[in-house]
Design a binder for this molecule. Structure first.
Ligand code: PRP
Ligand code: ZN
Length: 293
């Protein structure tokens, strides 16, 4: 029997495409591009990547065409509100592709909260998320559903406001629009479908998920080492940012001093090092972490 291959759907081009490939490479998978540009195969694991339109990813994963998908929460949430078909479950946020779905309008619109949108036409490619937001705010407005290029709607007099993704804000600025209200915070997330896999493929999926977790956990994390007086340990633990219990080992020939090693999940600033020094630490080293599991 031919062994199953695990399929991961990623965005073909657009805001998540490059970083999705980056995450997969950082997880140690070596990619070979197919002739068509629409797929990659992983050389060192039974995995294929399919590059598709982001809007298609929830459906592909829900239908079992793909076993995992990397997609914006915005796309997933919009689909979840619309379809009565099942939608894939979000396994974990991936920490890139951060953006927000927001309402924006020309400067001429006076905004004093969602109530100001009452009676207006709002153009969007996210009609379900916008409808949910308006309903939750008790605002009645007309939703103008578009397929793209929403930012031009006010200029074309198709709408008085828009509801669209904002990341840097450059698109809004270029179109003379002011961001007024966040509707949804989004970032890339990993989703998984419900297809039952054979044992080997299930192990592959588990390993992909564990490696992604490891890559994300190690981003920004630092390994901090120092020597310190034993008596300073409580103070030093307090100063170390986002560290669990540190590893404490004796120093040869010294009863009063120890070596302290800790993984810090948050940024370690110069101020942190100065505080550690003031607490009595010496020979402080801060190292990048390459892998973590
Ligand atoms: C979004 C949105 C804007 C732009 C905003 O489109 O529709 O055009 O990004 O980004 P900025 O604030 O950095 O200028 P996207 O590229 O995600 O394409 P899509 O919504 O058509 O998939
Ligand atoms: Zn899209």
């Amino acid at each position: 029997m031919k062994p199953q291959r695990v399929h991961i759907a990623i965005q073909k081009n657009g805001r998540l495409a490059e970083q999705s490939l980056g995450l997969i490479r950082a997880a140690g998978f070596h990619l070979t591009k197919s002739a068509s540009d629409l797929a990659y195969s992983v050389e060192n694991a039974p995995i294929d990547l399919w590059c598709v339109r982001d809007d298609d990813i929830p459906t592909f994963v829900a239908d079992g065409v793909a076993d995992l998908g990397i997609v914006g929460r915005n796309v997933l949430a919009e689909r979840a509100l619309g379809a009565n078909a099942p939608i894939p479950a979000e396994i974990m946020p991936l920490g890139f592709g951060r953006c927000r779905l927001a309402i924006a309008a020309p400067e001429s619109l006076t905004y004093a909260g969602p109530g100001s949108l009452s009676g207006l036409r709002i153009a969007t490619t996210y009609p379900n998320l916008l409808a949910r937001f308006l309903a939750a705010e008790g605002v009645e407005a007309e939703i103008v559903t578009m397929r793209g290029a929403v930012e031009v709607a006010p200029r074309l007099k198709l709408a008085e406001a828009i509801c669209d993704l904002v990341s840097t804000g450059a698109t809004l600025e270029a179109n003379g629009l002011i961001e007024l209200q966040t509707v949804l915070e989004s970032e890339a997330v990993l989703v998984r479908g419900t297809r039952t896999l054979d044992e080997a493929s299930e192990r592959t999926v588990q390993s992909v998920v564990a490696r992604f977790r490891g890559v994300i956990a190690s981003q920004g994390a630092k390994y901090v080492m120092m020597n310190a007086p034993r008596a300073a340990l409580p103070e030093i633990s307090r100063i170390l940012p986002g560290a669990g219990a540190p590893t404490v080992t004796p120093l040869a020939g010294r009863d009063d001093a120890v070596a302290v090693h800790a993984v810090c999940q948050e940024s370690v600033f110069w101020e942190t090092l100065e505080a550690l020094k003031a607490a009595g630490a010496s020979s402080i080293l801060v190292l990048s972490i390459e892998k973590m599991m």
